[in-house]
Design a protein around this ligand. Structure first.
Ligand code: UT7
Length: 327
């Protein structure tokens, strides 16, 4: 009998503080109307002082473990997709491991920007299929607000904070992850960056003056690459799974822009109720966007046993990914 890696619990956690478009109107030269029509975002959650990536990751993890009925001590591996770790060393995953008391678990971060959760889920899929009794905690978690230039209206209205998690273990039968697809194109890395504060450009006055500690994005170019890559990986994942467009019960795509989601809906000929959208409430939370959406869909009863779910993501690097699963 087939053994598949199956998600048996989901959770999410966002900071309490909500920043609305109206709030942003008081801070920079922008308008609720521009942000809503160009991006679909109405509000987003922003971490407060002392609230870190690992805190959000732990919050999401606890909820996912509770739903799964799995104790932290039984975890074999913790993987965190993130581009905004608390610090370069240790990983967010190690901080989560300590906080949960997941004593047996290995722990690592995966740096794949907005595709961080799907990259991590793909690793969990292979791990669990080699060792079906193992239990893997997969998290996407970000505090992008601390890498955002709050004077730059082209980026600061977009990015936000949050975390989502999934617990994965082996299950006999057809339900679970069906196929995973990872892609990258480093040749265009300069279109979406945080150039500074790594080892190439360590902290120094000139780096801070240039604003290289912040996200910089050529939005229009990124948009064009994103729609092409997302569409292509969606068809690739469907083909590999032997599914048709009509088979899709729910599309969960990275929440970067409502116009990208609308474009995908048209290209994949999907009715509105089959495309999950929560960008209006959370903005772009990078690696956290898909697991937050997955948890919301799950808790709202949008996922029924056997439903065919397609998840696709795109982000800096560039990286893009697709995962199909039978719920
Ligand atoms: O998560 C990783 C992947 N990221 C993405 O996929 C994001 C992809 N890109 C996008 O979503 C869009 O390109 C943005 C939302 C970032 C920008 O939307 P756009 O329709 O591409 O706008 P634009 O950059 O072409 O700017 C149009 C105009 C410009 O003014 P001019 O030059 O036409 O006078 C901007 O200065 O809108 C102006 N603008 C703003 N106006 C009010 C840019 N940001 C703002 C703002 N408020 N916040």
């Amino acid at each position: 009998m087939t053994i598949r890696a199956k998600i048996v619990g989901t959770g999410s956690c966002v900071p309490e503080k909500v920043l609305t478009n109206k709030d942003l109107e008081q801070m920079i030269d922008t308008s609720d109307e521009w942000i809503t029509t160009r991006t679909g975002i109405k509000e987003r959650h922003i971490a407060q002082e002392g609230e870190n990536n690992s805190d959000l990751a732990v919050g999401a993890a606890r909820r996912a473990l509770e739903m799964a009925g799995i104790a932290p001590a039984d975890l074999d591996l913790i993987i965190v997709g993130t581009l905004t770790p608390d610090m370069p060393m240790p990983s967010v995953a190690c901080l989560v491991q300590k906080e949960l008391g997941a004593k047996r678990a290995g722990a690592m971060d995966i740096s794949a920007t907005c595709s961080g959760f799907l990259y991590s889920l793909s690793v969990a899929d292979k791990f669990v299929r080699c060792s079906p009794d193992s239990k893997v905690l997969v998290i996407g978690s970000e505090v992008l607000s601390r890498r955002t230039n709050w004077q730059d209206r082209t980026t600061c209205v977009l990015f936000a904070d949050g975390a989502g998690a999934a617990v994965v273990t082996g299950a006999r039968g057809e339900n679970g992850i069906v196929s995973t697809h990872l892609h990258a194109d480093g040749s265009v890395w300069e279109l979406l960056t945080i150039k500074g504060l790594g080892t190439a450009h360590p902290v120094d006055e000139s780096i801070l003056e240039k604003g290289w500690q912040y996200i910089e994005m050529q939005g229009r170019d990124v948009f064009k690459h994103a729609v092409k890559a997302l569409e292509s990986v969606a068809f690739e994942a469907l083909d590999a799974s032997g599914w048709t467009l009509e088979d899709i019960d729910l599309l969960i795509a990275h929440q970067a822009n409502i116009r990208i989601l609308e474009h995908l809906r048209e290209r994949l000929s999907l009715p509105k109720d089959k495309v999950f959208i929560n960008i209006h409430k959370y903005g772009n939370t990078s690696a956290a966007s898909i697991p937050i959406a997955l948890d919301e869909a799950n808790r709202k009863g949008r996922l029924k046993a056997g439903d065919k779910v397609l998840m696709i993501s795109f982000g800096g690097g560039f990286t893009w990914a697709g995962v199909t699963m039978k719920w």
